[in-house]
Ligand binder design. Sequence first.
Ligand code: KIV
Ligand code: ZN
Length: 397
Amino acid sequence: MDVVRIFDTTLRDGEQSPGFSMKTEEKIRLARQLAALNVDVIEAGFPIASRGDLEAVQQVSQQIRTVPIAALARAKKQDVDAAIEALKPAAMPRLHVFLATSDLHLQVKLNITREQALEAIGSMIRYGRQHVGEVEFSAEDAGRTDIDFLCQVCRVAVDAGATVLNLPDTVGYAVPEEYGAMFTKVREFLGDPQGITLSAHCHDDLGMAVANSLAAIRAGVRQIECTINGIGERAGNAALEEIVVALAVRKESFNVTTGIRLEELFRTSRMLTEITGAQVAPNKAVVGANAFAHEAGIHQDGIIKNPLTYEIISPQTVGVPARSLVLGKHSGRNALRLTLRDLGYEASDVELSEVYRRVTALADQAKLVRPRDIVAIAHEVIRRRPAPMAAESTSAA
Ligand code: KIV
Ligand code: ZN
């Protein structure tokens, strides 16, 4: 099976969005966890942006020796010099040079011609290669770039020495078929060159970053750029945890693998929320608080009989300690009986009915019934019964 490499840009694209900035020590802590997760590349920052960013890339480079470290630079000498300086201590440095290639960006933002863009791309990659062994080139706004010009850009980048070609959907405008077709065209144009990795980098403005990344994989892309919890510019980047779990759960469909240690996903997600203070939505796939929580009675009953009825991933696979059967107004008696056992109560049928009546009445008033509410009710109803400790794996949230 082919391997898809995971390029994590949480510390760069993720960090450059509002509310997600990190101190150097925090970046180092998260970088260690990304190494434990076994990502293939850590993009640690954009050194020209500030002295702090440059130092953070240096520190991450010094301390994380087992994973290639990337630093971003525009196709400008002062940017490339700053990235080279920041990457000096790295065991496996990667210089990441980018330039926008869509006519809109060339004309409005950069005020340069296509020819000038090709010249800047070629010269800065050649210059970078004199100092850093591995150079990646990104054609910013590739998703809205004229395809013939994009092919030319890729040819120039490869000839200048780039070995990774990243074609971002910078503004999250692409749809999966289109984004995949762009890579197919570029691959055909380049004649499938050996030693060149095509890379996808998707933003989520239309909620399609993960779908677009997966479409790129189907079109032969073997590096995916993504972030933990999908953080990043505007609506964010493709979420790392969603991509790698989709590839694992549907491996017969994609026929590729990654080196990611799935059981580290939840820990990594939690570490990021702890560092930034920004919680993920409860219904977020894979790592959200509700991703393995079941409230509806019919679902709870199915889960108790066989988790495969309503879970396509087991919580343990992604490092979530346990699923939870949440008691609310939609819950059933089976889940209540198990929750009571977890809390140390063995109810008779009559007692269970009474606890159920009171719990559903409470659930009608409150959004959620907490374990301490259930204990209070059970204590009144099942007071005289000894409390054996149950060994069920399910628990109330
Ligand atoms: O979204 C984008 O185009 C980027 C590039 C700089 C890689 O983040
Ligand atoms: Zn981006």
